[in-house]
Design a protein around this ligand. Sequence first.
Ligand SMILES: *Cc1c(COP(=O)(O)O)cnc(C)c1O
Length: 369
Amino acid sequence: MRHSTYLEVNLGYLQDNFNLVAKKSKAKILPMVKADAYGNGIIAISKTLVEDCGVSTLGCASLGEAISLYNSCPDLETEMIVFSDTEITNTDFNSAYLNESIFPVLHQVSDVNYVLTNSNFKKLPLILKINTGMNRLGINLNELEQLAPKLKGRGVKHLMTHFACSYYPLKAGDKTHRQMEEFHKALRILKDAGVEVEETSVANSGAIEQSFGLDETFIRPGLMLYGPPSVEPQIWSGHQISKFVTKIIKTFEVKKGTPVGYGINVAGEDGFLVIIPVGYADLSVTTLSGTVLTVNGHKAKIFGRVNMDMCFLMFDRSATGKLKVGDTVELWGHDNRVISDLATQMKTIPYHLMCAVTNRIPRVYKVKS
Ligand SMILES: *Cc1c(COP(=O)(O)O)cnc(C)c1O
Protein backbone atom coordinates (compact mmCIF):
# COMPACT_ATOMS: atom_id res chain seq x y z
CA MET A 1 0.00 0.00 0.00
CA ARG A 2 1.11 3.54 -0.68
CA HIS A 3 0.07 6.92 0.72
CA SER A 4 1.22 9.81 -1.46
CA THR A 5 0.75 7.77 -4.62
CA TYR A 6 -2.90 7.13 -5.32
CA LEU A 7 -5.65 7.03 -7.88
CA GLU A 8 -8.09 9.87 -7.27
CA VAL A 9 -11.47 8.90 -8.66
CA ASN A 10 -13.88 11.78 -9.09
CA LEU A 11 -17.44 10.51 -8.72
CA GLY A 12 -18.78 13.90 -9.84
CA TYR A 13 -17.20 13.32 -13.23
CA LEU A 14 -18.71 9.85 -13.31
CA GLN A 15 -22.13 11.43 -12.87
CA ASP A 16 -21.35 14.00 -15.56
CA ASN A 17 -20.31 11.24 -17.97
CA PHE A 18 -23.42 9.25 -17.12
CA ASN A 19 -25.62 12.27 -17.80
CA LEU A 20 -23.91 12.79 -21.16
CA VAL A 21 -24.63 9.16 -22.07
CA ALA A 22 -28.22 9.50 -20.89
CA LYS A 23 -28.69 12.55 -23.11
CA LYS A 24 -27.74 10.54 -26.19
CA SER A 25 -30.37 7.85 -25.86
CA LYS A 26 -33.77 7.01 -24.46
CA ALA A 27 -32.60 3.45 -23.79
CA LYS A 28 -32.03 2.28 -20.23
CA ILE A 29 -28.39 2.33 -19.24
CA LEU A 30 -26.71 -0.89 -18.17
CA PRO A 31 -23.24 0.20 -17.08
CA MET A 32 -20.42 -2.32 -17.20
CA VAL A 33 -18.58 -2.49 -13.87
CA LYS A 34 -16.43 -5.51 -14.71
CA ALA A 35 -12.76 -5.64 -13.74
CA ASP A 36 -13.31 -3.54 -10.63
CA ALA A 37 -15.22 -0.99 -12.69
CA TYR A 38 -12.33 -0.63 -15.13
CA GLY A 39 -9.91 -0.29 -12.23
CA ASN A 40 -11.82 2.50 -10.49
CA GLY A 41 -13.25 0.39 -7.66
CA ILE A 42 -16.48 -1.52 -8.18
CA ILE A 43 -18.07 -0.62 -4.84
CA ALA A 44 -17.86 3.16 -5.00
CA ILE A 45 -18.63 3.20 -8.71
CA SER A 46 -21.64 0.92 -8.37
CA LYS A 47 -23.03 2.90 -5.42
CA THR A 48 -22.80 6.13 -7.38
CA LEU A 49 -24.39 4.59 -10.46
CA VAL A 50 -27.26 3.06 -8.51
CA GLU A 51 -27.87 5.64 -5.79
CA ASP A 52 -27.07 8.87 -7.61
CA CYS A 53 -27.65 7.99 -11.27
CA GLY A 54 -30.68 5.75 -10.81
CA VAL A 55 -29.24 2.67 -12.54
CA SER A 56 -30.94 -0.64 -11.80
CA THR A 57 -28.79 -3.16 -13.69
CA LEU A 58 -25.00 -3.53 -13.69
CA GLY A 59 -22.77 -5.71 -15.84
CA CYS A 60 -19.97 -7.90 -14.44
CA ALA A 61 -17.66 -10.30 -16.25
CA SER A 62 -17.52 -13.08 -13.66
CA LEU A 63 -19.88 -14.55 -11.13
CA GLY A 64 -17.23 -13.85 -8.48
CA GLU A 65 -17.37 -10.12 -9.22
CA ALA A 66 -21.15 -10.12 -8.84
CA ILE A 67 -21.13 -12.13 -5.61
CA SER A 68 -18.41 -9.96 -4.14
CA LEU A 69 -20.37 -6.77 -4.94
CA TYR A 70 -23.51 -8.34 -3.54
CA ASN A 71 -21.74 -9.34 -0.32
CA SER A 72 -20.12 -5.91 0.07
CA CYS A 73 -23.33 -3.99 -0.61
CA PRO A 74 -26.27 -6.25 0.25
CA ASP A 75 -28.63 -3.26 0.32
CA LEU A 76 -27.68 -1.91 -3.08
CA GLU A 77 -30.86 -2.06 -5.13
CA THR A 78 -29.56 -3.40 -8.38
CA GLU A 79 -29.58 -6.44 -10.56
CA MET A 80 -26.27 -7.78 -11.79
CA ILE A 81 -25.71 -9.53 -15.08
CA VAL A 82 -22.72 -11.83 -15.45
CA PHE A 83 -21.50 -11.61 -19.03
CA SER A 84 -18.78 -14.17 -19.68
CA ASP A 85 -17.43 -16.31 -16.83
CA THR A 86 -20.84 -17.34 -15.54
CA GLU A 87 -20.00 -20.64 -13.76
CA ILE A 88 -23.54 -21.62 -14.72
CA THR A 89 -22.75 -25.34 -14.68
CA ASN A 90 -20.56 -25.13 -11.58
CA THR A 91 -22.72 -26.55 -8.79
CA ASP A 92 -20.39 -25.13 -6.12
CA PHE A 93 -21.36 -21.61 -7.14
CA ASN A 94 -24.34 -21.51 -9.46
CA SER A 95 -26.89 -21.37 -6.64
CA ALA A 96 -25.96 -17.66 -6.51
CA TYR A 97 -28.33 -17.33 -9.46
CA LEU A 98 -31.26 -18.37 -7.30
CA ASN A 99 -31.08 -15.18 -5.22
CA GLU A 100 -32.96 -13.30 -7.94
CA SER A 101 -30.59 -10.39 -8.25
CA ILE A 102 -27.72 -12.01 -10.19
CA PHE A 103 -28.34 -13.32 -13.70
CA PRO A 104 -26.09 -15.14 -16.18
CA VAL A 105 -25.74 -14.36 -19.85
CA LEU A 106 -26.12 -17.73 -21.58
CA HIS A 107 -23.70 -17.51 -24.44
CA GLN A 108 -23.53 -21.09 -25.70
CA VAL A 109 -26.09 -23.75 -26.48
CA SER A 110 -24.84 -26.18 -23.81
CA ASP A 111 -25.45 -23.52 -21.12
CA VAL A 112 -28.99 -22.93 -22.38
CA ASN A 113 -29.70 -26.65 -22.35
CA TYR A 114 -28.25 -26.95 -18.87
CA VAL A 115 -30.61 -24.26 -17.61
CA LEU A 116 -33.62 -25.65 -19.49
CA THR A 117 -33.15 -29.13 -18.03
CA ASN A 118 -32.22 -28.13 -14.48
CA SER A 119 -35.34 -27.76 -12.37
CA ASN A 120 -33.60 -25.38 -9.95
CA PHE A 121 -33.45 -22.90 -12.78
CA LYS A 122 -37.11 -23.25 -13.82
CA LYS A 123 -37.69 -19.57 -13.11
CA LEU A 124 -34.35 -18.20 -14.24
CA PRO A 125 -34.99 -15.47 -16.82
CA LEU A 126 -33.18 -16.34 -20.04
CA ILE A 127 -30.61 -13.80 -21.12
CA LEU A 128 -29.07 -14.93 -24.39
CA LYS A 129 -26.07 -13.63 -26.27
CA ILE A 130 -26.06 -14.10 -30.03
CA ASN A 131 -22.90 -14.39 -32.10
CA THR A 132 -23.43 -11.98 -34.98
CA GLY A 133 -19.88 -12.03 -36.29
CA MET A 134 -17.49 -11.26 -33.47
CA ASN A 135 -16.93 -15.00 -33.10
CA ARG A 136 -16.07 -14.93 -29.42
CA LEU A 137 -19.03 -15.79 -27.23
CA GLY A 138 -22.61 -16.20 -28.42
CA ILE A 139 -25.08 -18.59 -29.96
CA ASN A 140 -24.84 -18.88 -33.75
CA LEU A 141 -27.95 -18.26 -35.82
CA ASN A 142 -28.12 -21.86 -37.07
CA GLU A 143 -27.93 -23.02 -33.44
CA LEU A 144 -30.66 -20.57 -32.53
CA GLU A 145 -32.96 -22.10 -35.17
CA GLN A 146 -32.57 -25.48 -33.45
CA LEU A 147 -33.00 -24.00 -30.01
CA ALA A 148 -35.95 -21.73 -30.70
CA PRO A 149 -38.75 -24.35 -30.38
CA LYS A 150 -37.51 -25.22 -26.89
CA LEU A 151 -37.75 -21.57 -25.82
CA LYS A 152 -41.39 -21.21 -26.72
CA GLY A 153 -43.52 -20.71 -23.66
CA ARG A 154 -40.60 -19.68 -21.53
CA GLY A 155 -39.62 -16.72 -23.67
CA VAL A 156 -36.39 -14.76 -23.71
CA LYS A 157 -35.95 -12.02 -21.14
CA HIS A 158 -33.07 -10.26 -22.86
CA LEU A 159 -31.42 -10.87 -26.23
CA MET A 160 -28.06 -9.25 -26.89
CA THR A 161 -25.03 -9.22 -29.09
CA HIS A 162 -21.63 -7.56 -28.92
CA PHE A 163 -19.84 -5.56 -31.61
CA ALA A 164 -16.30 -6.37 -32.70
CA CYS A 165 -15.47 -3.13 -34.51
CA SER A 166 -17.68 -0.34 -33.20
CA TYR A 167 -14.66 1.78 -32.32
CA TYR A 168 -14.03 2.34 -36.04
CA PRO A 169 -15.90 5.25 -37.63
CA LEU A 170 -19.12 3.70 -38.92
CA LYS A 171 -19.87 3.34 -42.62
CA ALA A 172 -22.91 1.84 -44.32
CA GLY A 173 -22.39 -1.88 -44.94
CA ASP A 174 -19.42 -2.23 -42.56
CA LYS A 175 -18.90 -4.97 -40.01
CA THR A 176 -21.01 -3.26 -37.33
CA HIS A 177 -23.95 -2.77 -39.68
CA ARG A 178 -23.67 -6.40 -40.79
CA GLN A 179 -23.68 -7.54 -37.16
CA MET A 180 -26.83 -5.50 -36.61
CA GLU A 181 -28.47 -7.23 -39.57
CA GLU A 182 -27.59 -10.62 -38.12
CA PHE A 183 -29.08 -9.52 -34.81
CA HIS A 184 -32.33 -8.66 -36.54
CA LYS A 185 -32.29 -12.11 -38.17
CA ALA A 186 -31.94 -13.65 -34.72
CA LEU A 187 -34.95 -11.69 -33.52
CA ARG A 188 -36.87 -12.86 -36.58
CA ILE A 189 -35.97 -16.52 -35.91
CA LEU A 190 -37.35 -16.24 -32.39
CA LYS A 191 -40.43 -14.38 -33.51
CA ASP A 192 -41.18 -16.96 -36.20
CA ALA A 193 -40.87 -19.70 -33.59
CA GLY A 194 -43.34 -17.89 -31.37
CA VAL A 195 -40.74 -16.98 -28.74
CA GLU A 196 -41.31 -13.68 -27.02
CA VAL A 197 -38.32 -11.42 -26.48
CA GLU A 198 -38.80 -8.88 -23.73
CA GLU A 199 -35.61 -6.79 -23.88
CA THR A 200 -32.65 -6.25 -26.21
CA SER A 201 -29.23 -4.58 -26.17
CA VAL A 202 -26.32 -4.24 -28.57
CA ALA A 203 -24.35 -1.02 -28.04
CA ASN A 204 -21.02 -0.61 -26.25
CA SER A 205 -19.16 2.72 -26.00
CA GLY A 206 -17.95 2.84 -29.61
CA ALA A 207 -21.49 2.35 -30.89
CA ILE A 208 -23.06 4.76 -28.38
CA GLU A 209 -20.56 7.49 -29.24
CA GLN A 210 -21.68 7.14 -32.85
CA SER A 211 -25.38 6.96 -31.91
CA PHE A 212 -25.67 3.40 -33.24
CA GLY A 213 -27.79 0.68 -31.64
CA LEU A 214 -29.57 3.12 -29.35
CA ASP A 215 -33.09 1.91 -30.20
CA GLU A 216 -32.91 -1.19 -28.02
CA THR A 217 -34.12 -1.58 -24.44
CA PHE A 218 -30.65 -1.10 -22.98
CA ILE A 219 -27.30 0.34 -23.97
CA ARG A 220 -24.17 -1.07 -22.30
CA PRO A 221 -21.52 1.62 -21.85
CA GLY A 222 -18.25 0.83 -20.16
CA LEU A 223 -15.25 2.91 -21.13
CA MET A 224 -17.14 6.12 -21.91
CA LEU A 225 -18.43 6.31 -18.32
CA TYR A 226 -14.88 6.26 -16.99
CA GLY A 227 -13.09 8.50 -19.43
CA PRO A 228 -11.41 8.20 -22.75
CA PRO A 229 -13.13 8.00 -26.12
CA SER A 230 -13.34 4.74 -28.07
CA VAL A 231 -13.63 6.28 -31.51
CA GLU A 232 -10.81 8.23 -33.18
CA PRO A 233 -11.00 10.95 -34.38
CA GLN A 234 -12.55 11.82 -31.05
CA ILE A 235 -16.25 12.63 -30.92
CA TRP A 236 -16.82 11.76 -27.26
CA SER A 237 -16.06 14.48 -24.75
CA GLY A 238 -16.46 12.90 -21.33
CA HIS A 239 -13.93 13.39 -18.56
CA GLN A 240 -11.39 10.85 -17.44
CA ILE A 241 -12.77 10.22 -13.96
CA SER A 242 -9.45 9.14 -12.47
CA LYS A 243 -6.23 11.00 -11.86
CA PHE A 244 -3.04 9.04 -11.16
CA VAL A 245 -1.05 11.06 -8.63
CA THR A 246 2.42 10.36 -7.30
CA LYS A 247 5.22 12.32 -5.57
CA ILE A 248 8.87 12.64 -6.41
CA ILE A 249 11.04 10.68 -3.94
CA LYS A 250 14.49 11.62 -5.25
CA THR A 251 16.13 13.96 -7.78
CA PHE A 252 19.71 14.23 -9.09
CA GLU A 253 21.75 15.49 -12.01
CA VAL A 254 23.36 13.00 -14.36
CA LYS A 255 26.23 13.47 -16.77
CA LYS A 256 26.11 12.13 -20.29
CA GLY A 257 27.39 8.53 -20.24
CA THR A 258 26.28 7.70 -16.68
CA PRO A 259 24.61 4.30 -16.37
CA VAL A 260 21.29 4.50 -14.56
CA GLY A 261 19.58 1.71 -12.62
CA TYR A 262 19.39 -1.95 -13.56
CA GLY A 263 21.13 -3.01 -16.73
CA ILE A 264 23.24 -0.66 -18.79
CA ASN A 265 21.04 2.29 -19.66
CA VAL A 266 23.30 5.23 -20.17
CA ALA A 267 22.24 8.88 -20.11
CA GLY A 268 22.52 10.13 -23.69
CA GLU A 269 22.95 13.74 -22.58
CA ASP A 270 23.54 15.61 -19.36
CA GLY A 271 20.19 15.62 -17.64
CA PHE A 272 18.09 15.82 -14.53
CA LEU A 273 16.67 12.58 -13.13
CA VAL A 274 13.64 12.19 -10.95
CA ILE A 275 12.57 8.98 -9.25
CA ILE A 276 8.86 8.36 -8.73
CA PRO A 277 7.49 5.48 -6.65
CA VAL A 278 5.62 3.87 -9.51
CA GLY A 279 6.90 0.53 -10.73
CA TYR A 280 5.42 -2.41 -12.54
CA ALA A 281 3.89 -3.55 -9.24
CA ASP A 282 1.90 -0.30 -9.24
CA LEU A 283 1.05 0.05 -12.92
CA SER A 284 1.25 -3.35 -14.48
CA VAL A 285 2.24 -2.48 -18.04
CA THR A 286 5.47 -3.75 -19.57
CA THR A 287 5.87 -0.93 -22.08
CA LEU A 288 6.20 2.08 -19.77
CA SER A 289 9.82 2.76 -20.64
CA GLY A 290 10.33 5.46 -23.27
CA THR A 291 6.97 7.12 -22.69
CA VAL A 292 7.04 10.90 -22.84
CA LEU A 293 5.01 12.92 -20.36
CA THR A 294 4.82 16.48 -19.15
CA VAL A 295 5.43 17.39 -15.51
CA ASN A 296 4.79 21.02 -14.50
CA GLY A 297 5.48 22.13 -18.05
CA HIS A 298 8.72 20.12 -18.36
CA LYS A 299 8.93 17.20 -20.78
CA ALA A 300 10.15 13.94 -19.32
CA LYS A 301 10.80 10.48 -20.62
CA ILE A 302 10.43 7.32 -18.56
CA PHE A 303 14.05 6.24 -18.66
CA GLY A 304 15.79 2.88 -18.55
CA ARG A 305 14.26 -0.09 -16.84
CA VAL A 306 11.06 0.23 -14.90
CA ASN A 307 11.55 -1.45 -11.52
CA MET A 308 9.07 -3.24 -9.29
CA ASP A 309 8.76 -0.22 -6.99
CA MET A 310 9.91 2.83 -8.93
CA CYS A 311 10.95 4.30 -12.22
CA PHE A 312 13.12 7.15 -13.52
CA LEU A 313 11.92 10.27 -15.28
CA MET A 314 14.65 11.88 -17.38
CA PHE A 315 14.41 15.64 -17.94
CA ASP A 316 16.83 17.83 -19.81
CA ARG A 317 19.11 20.11 -17.82
CA SER A 318 16.72 23.04 -17.95
CA ALA A 319 14.54 21.26 -15.38
CA THR A 320 17.42 21.06 -12.87
CA GLY A 321 16.27 22.36 -9.52
CA LYS A 322 12.78 23.13 -10.83
CA LEU A 323 11.37 19.86 -9.54
CA LYS A 324 11.90 18.80 -5.94
CA VAL A 325 11.38 15.84 -3.67
CA GLY A 326 7.74 15.91 -2.62
CA ASP A 327 6.48 17.60 -5.78
CA THR A 328 3.41 16.06 -7.31
CA VAL A 329 3.56 14.20 -10.61
CA GLU A 330 0.36 13.31 -12.44
CA LEU A 331 0.72 10.37 -14.81
CA TRP A 332 -2.71 11.20 -16.11
CA GLY A 333 -5.48 13.56 -15.10
CA HIS A 334 -9.06 14.38 -15.98
CA ASP A 335 -8.30 15.46 -19.56
CA ASN A 336 -9.23 12.30 -21.45
CA ARG A 337 -6.63 12.98 -24.19
CA VAL A 338 -3.76 12.38 -21.78
CA ILE A 339 -4.52 8.78 -20.92
CA SER A 340 -5.29 8.04 -24.58
CA ASP A 341 -1.92 9.49 -25.57
CA LEU A 342 -0.10 7.53 -22.86
CA ALA A 343 -1.80 4.32 -23.95
CA THR A 344 -0.81 4.92 -27.58
CA GLN A 345 2.80 5.52 -26.58
CA MET A 346 2.74 2.35 -24.48
CA LYS A 347 1.37 0.40 -27.46
CA THR A 348 -1.82 -0.44 -25.64
CA ILE A 349 -5.31 0.95 -25.01
CA PRO A 350 -6.70 3.11 -22.19
CA TYR A 351 -8.76 0.13 -20.93
CA HIS A 352 -5.49 -1.64 -20.17
CA LEU A 353 -3.90 1.31 -18.35
CA MET A 354 -6.96 1.75 -16.15
CA CYS A 355 -7.07 -1.95 -15.28
CA ALA A 356 -3.30 -2.03 -14.78
CA VAL A 357 -3.42 0.10 -11.61
CA THR A 358 -2.71 -2.55 -8.98
CA ASN A 359 -3.98 -3.05 -5.44
CA ARG A 360 -0.92 -1.27 -4.05
CA ILE A 361 -2.42 2.02 -5.22
CA PRO A 362 -5.21 3.28 -2.96
CA ARG A 363 -8.35 4.57 -4.67
CA VAL A 364 -9.33 7.90 -3.16
CA TYR A 365 -12.83 9.11 -3.94
CA LYS A 366 -13.84 12.71 -4.52
CA VAL A 367 -17.48 13.55 -4.63
CA LYS A 368 -17.63 16.76 -6.63
CA SER A 369 -15.97 17.81 -9.88
C1 LIG B 1 -17.24 -4.76 -21.73
C2 LIG B 1 -18.51 -4.88 -22.46
C3 LIG B 1 -19.24 -3.73 -22.82
C4 LIG B 1 -18.70 -2.34 -22.63
O1 LIG B 1 -17.68 -2.08 -23.57
P1 LIG B 1 -17.00 -0.65 -23.66
O2 LIG B 1 -16.22 -0.71 -24.92
O3 LIG B 1 -16.13 -0.50 -22.46
O4 LIG B 1 -18.10 0.33 -23.67
C5 LIG B 1 -20.48 -3.91 -23.38
N1 LIG B 1 -20.98 -5.15 -23.62
C6 LIG B 1 -20.29 -6.26 -23.31
C7 LIG B 1 -20.87 -7.59 -23.59
C8 LIG B 1 -19.03 -6.17 -22.73
O5 LIG B 1 -18.35 -7.28 -22.43
